[in-house]
Design a protein around this ligand. Sequence first.
Ligand code: GAR
Length: 189
Amino acid sequence: MTLSSGASRGSNLLAIHRYFAQNSLPVTIACAVFTNPDSPAIGKCHQLDISTELISVKDMSNFENRILELIHSRNISLVALCGFMRKLSKWFLNEAGIPVLNIHPALLPAYGGKGMYGMNVHQAVFAAGEAVSGASVHIVNAQYDRGPVISQKVVDISLCKCAEDIADLILKIEHQIYAPAIYEALNKA
Ligand code: GAR
């Protein structure tokens, strides 16, 4: 199952779907949950026969309960956040009892980056003159972007001339590492 907020472009969700299909892996996206009806990825999911659900995050307790119902009724084994920008509660994560993963367009300090930087991550990395950036897949805990990293790729960004160049490069890295990390986590679960 994937969760996406309104800001999601759906590119990670579709890259995950593509990876499973191209490698004939016995995994399907059972449900793509969106929090905003205007998300451009909803139409793309319909074209690809990916089942979608629309659930508002105005009441997070209701949202989490609806996700738990879906996890149980559809036998979900893993939740992958794809541009979902809300914190999930410790209660929800315990109740879910399955891996919940997220990908972030930056490096954690422990892995050579200077931090997560929030929404303007690529501008901040460019302004700081960092030589490398990357993408990190991590297990979601109640601190949101602070769970253990399970996959990460570091790239040289010294030739990037602006923040947009960094953003393009890192998005490609995200598309390469998220799906294999999900598949590995599914095999370990
Ligand atoms: C990705 O760039 C991901 O790293 C970021 O949202 C985008 C979602 O991809 N997530 C975060 O920053 C989490 N804090 P998408 O727009 O292709 O769905």
